[in-house]
Design a protein around this ligand. Sequence first.
Ligand code: ATP
Ligand code: MG
Length: 606
Amino acid sequence: MLLKLKDTTTKDAFRYGYLLKKMYPYIKLVLSRSILLFLLAIPLGLLDGVVAFSLRPYMDFVVNGNELQTFEILGHTFKLQAFFLKLIPIGIVAFALVQGLLKYICNYLSDWTGNKMSNALKVDLFKKLTSMDTKFFDVNSSGIVLSRFFTDPETASRDLINTLKGFILAIFEFVALVFVLLFNSWKLAFIGIGVMGIAITPVIFIKKKIKNVSNATMVVGGYMTTNFNETFAGNKIITAYNLQESQNNKFENQIHEQFDLKMSLTKRVGWMSPIMYFVCSIGIAIVMSYGNSLILSGEMSAGSFASFVTSLLLLYKPTKSLGLTLTNLQTTFVSIARVFELFDLMPEIKNAPNAKNMKPVTSGIEFSNVWFEYEENQPVLKDFSLFVKANETIALVGNSGGGKSTVVNLLPRFYDINSGSIKIDGIDIRELDIKELRNNISFVFQDNYLFTGTIKENILMGKPNASEAELAEAIKLSHLDEFLGTLPYGVDTVVGERGASLSGGQRQRVAIARALIKNAPIVILDEATSALDNESEAIVQKALDNLMKNRTVFVIAHRLSTIHNANRIAVLNEGELVELGTHNELIEKQDGRYKYLYEMQFGGNS
Ligand SMILES: Nc1ncnc2c1ncn2[C@@H]1O[C@H](COP(=O)(O)OP(=O)(O)OP(=O)(O)O)[C@@H](O)[C@H]1O
Ligand SMILES: [Mg+2]
């Protein structure tokens, strides 16, 4: 399974049909307007040809015209020269009007369709992102996620529309001008078009290079964004450890890497345009010398030649943009391939086919012979077995890195175990409806994430449809009421990003209120008071006591009081359960692990 996003293969980047089929549901959303856009691009493309075409009569009848030449319409006789002289000013204004109008409508339509399509992709990708497992977020950096889930869909859809529009414009511009060329002299036209054909061939050879560079640019760009995010989120650590310089260096290196990548593409693509220009100039030189002889021999009029040369010069633009369109289209397809790689990501942890409803815990939670590893062949839990009775409070203690957090992360299925089983009242948690399972567990961590918004909104995340009375109760039990009373906006106070405007203890109590209002029968406390001083701990502890009442509780703590209050203590060492019993039982064990840890941490003065 593809988990690490930077390892993208984009193996599908050249399978255009396959990718378009994948894109089709999104294209369908904007289909009628895209067709209208592409239809309007046709006359817009033809307009250049009109200019070149009208040069011939203009030159022949106005500049070199014979004043006496006449023609007849419906019995009226017109002087040809005078007629053209009158027509031209009107023609110029009408032309500009039509061209402007068409351009406006086309731009409007391409923005509308491109953005609609890219938005639909982004919404679906966001859903994909929120459905992913914890593991996915462990291994991918935020910057890569941002570029893959946000920037790629823009390229994939907006650029697709714009490139196709450009392609149609260029094709019709090309066709119209070629028509004018053929109309004026087919012999000269063959020379001109032949040369143009040679000029655009190199485009075909640089496809692969574009794919590789575009991928590498995405990865570096992603790391740069991560760097920004980390500078933001970790600003205190950066300041405290004077890491500014190393952060700066990291960023500068990334900028350089990006520069090198861009330049490597420019080096390989940049020569195309001058070469094309050079080859074209040869074509024009041949046409000029051959054209002169055609005029002298009377085979071609001066107007016709002027019109021909103008078309040939104008032809350079659509030819070049056809070349560019091909390279742009390739970049677009690389993005489309990357986008659909994401849609193929499947969370490993999902509901069983006939997922069971979860009932209130009556008997207990049982871990039996659980083996678990984050990285292959590095087991973190080794044959871990533990039965926790309903409404029991069990404390997990042990060495740092011993696997305590891992044990509690397995219960809500943040990760799935490798072997063994975890059962609630005899039902394997993998058979339970995953949403219900998680609804039945509340979590309080050491560092609780608060979202941008009000305190009330943060608490209500535990139960969005809670009544005012439930909210008030949760606030009271979490001992937040006194603190909220001091705030001018009370519970409606806005907390900054990540809850930065609150103290550690206040944040902790908001998190406890969030857990309380959820009223889940299973409670997990992972170092919930470790970050606090004694005074805040006392009040947070009171809040926690309320949260723990009549529930099945897993508590990980270094603090004496919390461990004392637990019914039993499970001691983990390097992923194995080494001791289990009450505080009094374990402290009696000579050479026991708990006794050792206890004396280490608390100095034995219980
Ligand atoms: N997301 C992860 N990816 C890979 N390895 C991990 C991950 N989380 C934890 N580990 C590893 O698993 C082992 C157990 O970690 P765990 O967090 O369960 O320890 P702990 O007992 O809670 O430690 P502490 O008391 O320091 O919080 C450690 O060796 C750790 O490096
Ligand atoms: Mg831990």
